[in-house]
Design a binder for this molecule. Sequence first.
Ligand SMILES: [Zn+2]
Length: 425
Amino acid sequence: MIDKSRRVTGPAGPRDTRRHNLSLVLREVVAAEASSRANLAEATGLTKATVSSLVSELIEAGLLVEGGQDTAGRIGRPGLMLSLNGDSVAGIGLEINVDYLAVCVLDLLGRVRHRRVVRTDNRLSPPDEVINAVARLGRQAIGKAEQQGMLPGGVTVAVPGLVELGEGTLLTAPNLGWRRMPLAAILAERMRRPAPKARIEHQPRVRIENEANLGALGELWEGRGRAWGDFCHISGEIGVGLGIVMGGALLRGSGGLAGEFGHIQVDRDGPRCPCGSLGCLERLVGQEALLATAGIDAELATSIGDPKDGGAAALVARARAGDGRTLAALAEAGDVLGAACGTLVNLLNPATIVLGGIFAPLAPWILEPFRDGLRRCSLATRWQAPRVEVSELGPEAAVRGAASSALRDILADPYLMPRGSKEVS
Ligand SMILES: [Zn+2]
């Protein structure tokens, strides 16, 4: 397995230098969208001979393709342009959330090759059954990628809880009631398929990551995040998560547990939260709190409205119909959420706050009260108001970020690129 190369410890050797340079060239191609060998040499500071050798290896591995002429009008023989190969490898994103499962397959050009959302209350089934259902979605996604001629490059699973990244342990997912579970290892085992002869002996790596972090990364990599500067992405589901992007990178905190925005206390006399505390933000503005305040039966909720609005479909449908109780619930939630984000602005001074998850389809009704709450509770906002943006990816951001994350691992370490039958040299 190519994977083993990643575990090499000790001083950097020629293989590590080569790995670094392969990634450098790839990242330059991504940044420029397409580039010639001469441009790559100029941009990376590597010699033309080294770049040529690296490019050959990347073409051989299926990561780059060659075609078209360098039209920059340089003197000498025009170089053929190199770009990412969109047909070689797929990133598989999976998501376990409280009331749905989702899957997304992306190629290296960011095109969605397969996606599916299964609405189901995962609190009603034993974890084992939920994990089996996710593994099934993962195996189907790998099959879809292979049918389209791509090898599965890796699987990243978004989960609604705290994650220990190293071993892929889910520490706790309060809204699911799951605790201490070696989820990455369990899923890797259950997604393992018998290798067809002469096709793949490669089994894709499985990683897990907090869904709010992947939501922010999904926006950064696959959405409009690059234009937003430092941003805070709020993902509303049954829980409420936060992904903080500062200087183009995710802020994870010292142990990777930063961003538990949904569990800040906004009312010490408020309702009990499965995390053990009282009056957590998500108990007031999360999907179930909104449905309850709006007087919508949670069981009915999934059968009303447009499924593309996710768990918020019933709220959107009632708000559009002008239902007074729903409109009041959304206005109140917008204000509470805005006030909580005022704290974020006071702490972090982000350039942009992004309303994601169910807050995206609900934005027409929560945006104005949100701005009021933000202004009231943030000193900085009165001097320098952050932009407030509505996510276009909405509830899909996390699973997109998950699929993209699997591909980014390969761009960072091209030796992770799966091969049909050969090892990368
Ligand atoms: Zn809580």
